[in-house]
Design a protein around this ligand. Sequence first.
Ligand SMILES: *[C@@H]1O[C@H](CO)[C@@H](O)[C@H](O)[C@H]1NC(C)=O
Length: 538
Amino acid sequence: MEAASFVTFGQYLRPNFYFLLLIFLQNGPPIVEGVWPLPQTFTSSIERYPLSPEAFYFEYGSQSAAQQGCSVLDGAFMRYFPLLFPDYTGNGVLRLYGDKPFHLVVTVDRDDCESYPHEDSSERYNLSVSARQASLNAETVWGALRGLETFSQLVYQDDFGSYFVNKTDIADFPRFQFRGILLDTSRHYLPVQTILQTLDAMAYSKFNVFHWHIVDDPSFPYQSRTYPDLSSKGAFHPMTHIYTQSDVRRVISHARLWGIRVLPEFDSPGHTKSWGKGQSDLLTPCYKGSSLSGTFGPVNPILPSTYQFMATLFKEVSLVFPDSHIHLGGDEVNFSCWSSNPDVRAFMKKMGFGVDFTKLEAFYMENIVNITSALNKTAIVWQDVFDYHERIPKDTVLHIWKGNPASYKAELSRMTKAGMKVLLAAPWYINHISYGQDWREYYNVQPLDFPGTEEQKKLVIGGEVCMWGEYVDATNLTPRLWPRASAAAERLWSDEKQTSSVDKAFPRFQDFRCKLVRRGIRAEPLYVGHCKHEYQGR
Ligand SMILES: *[C@@H]1O[C@H](CO)[C@@H](O)[C@H](O)[C@H]1NC(C)=O
């Protein structure tokens, strides 16, 4: 409700009054510390060092397990150079007179350069900036990536365009292991380029999971090797609106280079209308009275052929996507078609389910979870599956998407009490928009603020920002996502106590948003104001 009252102030007071009010609320002038999300421990001083693009070197420490040739770090050095020196157009060969070299020395404990980030990967790093040298130490290359991002946010330019970095010491690690963004590529197709740009922007906020809600009712853009008809008949267009195997590989390898996991979702038994176009007998035929109505409902859970199809499809998916987790959906199953179908009703009777269709749904989900666990993948499912059926494998991750704070807190309590791992998405449905600063609500979410023991709290593995695609395509994705998603990013990365004030965060958030704009991301403004470097794109 706080955000709502802010909107009212914003509408009726003149902007300069509003700012005075804001400063008053903050008890003093804003301190802009330019790192978002806020590092766990951060000390900086007013001692500043000039940096020159002509004399700046990324370097592997002599003790580093990874050395030159490390794909993740070599790639990161290439990407961060222009982010550190956005005005620089030279080729780095010319040496300006008097420039003293500055070395950023990166040391990692493990050579995990060719691996994929996974759910237990350490992202911890220490960064120490002093005269002529910065040292960045991390256990893994993924931690080094997070540290490079932080370093890039410490560098600033004065009014003459010269680059500086202040003396700084940072020891940092994420509060939650899973910090995700969901993109929906079924309701609208998102070009691969758009997904890759989103991955870049995710890394700027230290997000580490791309949840790819790749198919749904409206379209099936994933081009399957084993079932090519799924996309040739189920996509919006069989050639232009699909993700080929090489598109998917591009997304996964781009994500890897930023330390981002790609979590695919193949949602069933509901949300599958598009699947039915390319795979006959997969969906349940609905009846009107005693005759077929010609329409189809959720996946048909009573046929052995359904499970053979799913086993084959998920075998492919488990090979294409290297992540240890697969999202199986399981949300919003409409029971009216199942209950209209006499064969389904006969099956229910045979199984002793009575007229409780949640039992049928649970039966289906149990089979699908067993299929994926036989493929060595851990399942993530939407909360509906647990709500209907508490008896699911203990390692399944439950994804909360429903309700207001009171109801998702009760759900957090119930699920963790049952010993289940939980992901929180409900408060971060960022596709919803409203006038004013709704990011404040996203920022104020407290994922562990629910009744439960310390052990229960440890089961909350993180959270996710969801961008459902009904009203979103490549034209408006970026300004809707950024910087609002970054509010959740700080909540999921930073220390709870140090980030308890949304007003204190505001100037730093404005500064971060300008950094996104400087990097070519069309991040929308938070409120009245300006960036030193305004958006220059077309
Ligand atoms: C960096 O140093 C400059 C001047 O030396 C100072 O004005 C500024 O506040 C410092 N920034 C931080 C984050 O300490």
